[in-house]
Design a protein around this ligand. Structure first.
Ligand code: AMP
Ligand code: MG
Length: 404
């Protein structure tokens, strides 16, 4: 029997039933992008560690420049130059200026930098300043980026390139992140052959092993491809035996309630509680099975590659991120659809579309073609969600979109 849930109910059931969090491991910064932070990062010291110039020019005491104009410049004694990567040769005294470059350390006694464009060097020892500088002007104060002890990144944050840069700035050579989930990927179907084969009449190449493994990788997880499994209970049972040390298993194909569809029975035979639901009111991807063997999640996705992809994005990806303790499980965009779309009520539709921007707004142009054509997801750059209670949308309406 199919127990059909709505998309929201299905996601809630999957996420609320998750019985474990993956342990943390330490990785080097070079390997940390895309990983989920296990603990909070606090700044161990002030960033920057010293007040710095943000311009090429002259370090000055701002009060020495007060009132300076083109007509009435302030004349200051040039007492040297701050070299990059070192301290100033001497503190700055009243009436003095020191050459400084962008990023250079302000000398003691200086609290502003006058841009070189607003100065004129009269001789080797005298500079005329044509514009007053306010205290702090053209400088970053010590600790202005981050103060020692403040939270820099929260636990559950998915590390982006800029976060890796911050960790480097703070002197972290690595980070404590969640272990990557290991995800078994099985493709079932008597008609499937691997991509290097020339398919005989009636056979098709196995797309899902590669499509799903790539999606798993994109989620920060490790795919464990277990190959093509024929439509036989024995073959499926034998393959599922190899999934025991994985954190999650995805079986594609055989998820509808046909005679040859063995996935639900196979999941049930692995242990309690077994299949939790079979079917989600959505299109594509309705025949989706979810079950637990102990605390290990098992997904049965429709074999149609586009349906398998939608099922992965809506349900498998959030679960893999939740296992890693990620605080954000799904990133959504909003886009205006550029023509009207009809939809049957009673299910969520995921329409493949091309995103583009027009007049500073994000628009989506639906891609025509049936969901069982892989070219529709290749041409598309997003999936548009048409809500369950909606029987169509007008051109110009805003819809939720998932980038693909
Ligand atoms: P199923 O879910 O087994 O009923 O399969 C639905 C459709 O998807 C059928 O046309 C299958 O041939 C096709 N299909 C199933 N698995 C794959 C796969 N791994 N690669 C490409 N097509 C598949
Ligand atoms: Mg099949």
């Amino acid at each position: 029997m199919l127990t059909v849930l709505t998309v929201i109910e299905a996601r809630e059931k999957i996420l609320s039933g998750l019985g474990f969090r993956l342990p943390a491991e330490r990785v080097l910064l070079a390997d940390a992008a895309g990983r989920v932070l296990a603990g909070e990062i606090t700044a161990p010291s002030d960033l920057p560690a010293f007040s710095r110039s943000t311009m090429d020019g002259y370090a000055v005491a701002a009060r020495d420049s007060f009132g300076a104009t083109e007509a009435m410049p302030a004349l200051l004694d040039v007492t040297g130059e701050v070299m990059m990567g070192t301290t100033a040769p001497a503190p700055l005294k009243s009436g003095e200026a020191m050459r400084i470059s962008t990023g250079g350390m302000l000398p003691a006694g200086a609290d502003a930098v006058v841009m070189v464009e607003h100065t004129e060097l009269l001789d080797e020892y005298t500079v005329s300043v044509h514009r007053a500088a306010a205290p702090g002007e053209n400088t970053i104060a010590r600790g202005e980026d981050l103060r020692q002890g403040v939270a820099a990144l929260p636990p559950g944050h998915i590390l982006r390139p800029q976060d890796i840069g911050l960790l480097a700035a703070l002197g972290c050579t690595g980070a404590e992140v969640a272990t990557r989930p290991r995800v078994a990927v099985l493709s079932t179907g008597d008609e499937l052959v691997s991509p290097e084969c020339e398919p005989a009449p009636g056979q098709v190449r196995d797309i899902n092993t590669y499509l799903l493994s790539a999606l798993v990788k994109q989620t920060g997880a490790v795919p464990v491809p277990l190959g093509i499994i024929p439509d036989s209970p024995q073959a499926l049972a034998a393959a599922l035996h190899k999934t025991k040390d994985c954190d999650c298993t995805i079986i594609s194909g055989g998820s509808s309630a046909g005679v040859r569809d063995l996935t639900a029975d196979a999941i049930n035979s692995l242990g309690k509680p077994g299949v939790l639901f079979h079917g989600v009111s959505m299109r594509p991807g309705k025949p989706l099975i979810y079950g637990l063997a102990g605390d290990k999640p098992y997904f049965g996705l429709s074999g149609n590659p586009t349906s398998a992809m939608v099922g992965f994005l809506l349900f498998v990806r959030p679960l893999l991120l939740a296992m890693q303790g990620a605080s954000e499980l799904q990133q959504l965009l909003w886009a205006r659809v550029d023509r009207s779309l009809s939809s049957a009520g009673g299910r969520e539709d995921y329409v493949r579309a091309i995103l583009y921007s027009k007049e500073r707004e994000l628009w989506a142009s639906p891609v025509l073609g049936q969901s069982n054509l892989i070219s529709t997801v290749v041409r598309g750059s997003a999936l548009l969600r048409i809500p369950q209670d909606c029987e169509g949308v007008e051109a110009g309406e805003k819809l939720e979109a998932i980038e693909i």
